[in-house]
Design a protein around this ligand. Sequence first.
Ligand code: PLP
Length: 399
Amino acid sequence: AASPFAAVDMAPRDPILGITEAFNADKNPNKVNLGVGVYYDDNGKVPLLECVKKSEAQLMEKATPRTYLPIEGLAAYDKAVQELVFGADSAIVQEKRAVTAQALGGTGALKLGADFLKRFAPESQVWISDPSWENHRALFESAGFKVNNYPYYDPATRGVNFAGMLSALKEMPKGSIVVLHACCHNPTGADLTDDQWTDVIKVVSERGLIPFLDMAYQGFGDGIDEDGKVVRRFAETGGAMFVSNSFSKSFSLYGERVGALSIVATSAEEAARVLSQLKRVIRTNYSNPPTHGGQVVATALSTPELRKVWEDELAGMRVRIREMRKALVSKLKEKAPSHDFDFVIKQRGMFSYSGLTKEQVGRLRDEFSIYAVDTGRICVAALNSRNIDAVVDAIAKVL
Ligand code: PLP
């Protein structure tokens, strides 16, 4: 009999995972992978944070049975996330206008939000930045939306094409869903200024657009509160909004899949109805989230000593990335004085759109075993005191 899979085509390879496969196969002992989206410490290792080890030790001690969590996840986790994202004393939290559901990483949070929106704003279209995290488009398309780009990156200034972005926002139909990176824009590293956010918030709320803030790197830009400021400023408008956040990077808990979706409604009564429907989305997808990661993060966020350990460790990651940015720029100044890389210092988060062309990225790979994304995106968090000189020498040679 004919196989039901006879007509299944091979899907295109994930471009970023493809880089890692090529990197793994490379025999050069000095190879460097700058294509990843992961924070490495100065030894080139993914850290297991002290706050995580300590939370896990406490949890082991308690040895609780693994019952099902509620559909929307661990209550202590959802509460801690809400306070982290909006501020414990914010009007939104006090007035119970936000609902938060534990999700399978930031990706899972985005997908829950997309599925929820498809049920209640089925005619809306989605707008993402050009460029954006490569999964945004596919994810909203898979929920059934038409996905458009708004102008964002300007290669000439290596910053944001703010005039283009704002005029696109001003033309979107009411009810359009606008995905915004709350901080540390992936892939460019170029963020809006406070004044630019003021304009964006004004246009979004005046035009009745639905903001969907994606915050996957809180704490990697300027600090936990500083990076969360945009969410709080949007919240002050009193309008509806969606926030997806992730602890993959900030707790170095990639594989535990810990994130959350928060939906802000315009009243507590509306929020209760929203939560009841969000629970249906979850129930029909995976029923309820896993226990371990949420418990680790909830314990760390809500135990004052562990919270302090986490904040210090996160600051350590943030500072190390910034030092790598500075070192990259000053070393390139020596080796390639006719090229200006000062923009790298202004960029925020784990990534830099380095300005390297596809050809230059190809030469870095073929001649030096240094792997980056074809767009020129490099992960600054994969640089360290031992590989940076080799990377700088190679870049200087391909420029
Ligand atoms: N959103 C952005 C902008 C990201 O860069 C990422 C991860 O790379 C995610 C969401 C997904 O986060 P997670 O790995 O927690 O699913």
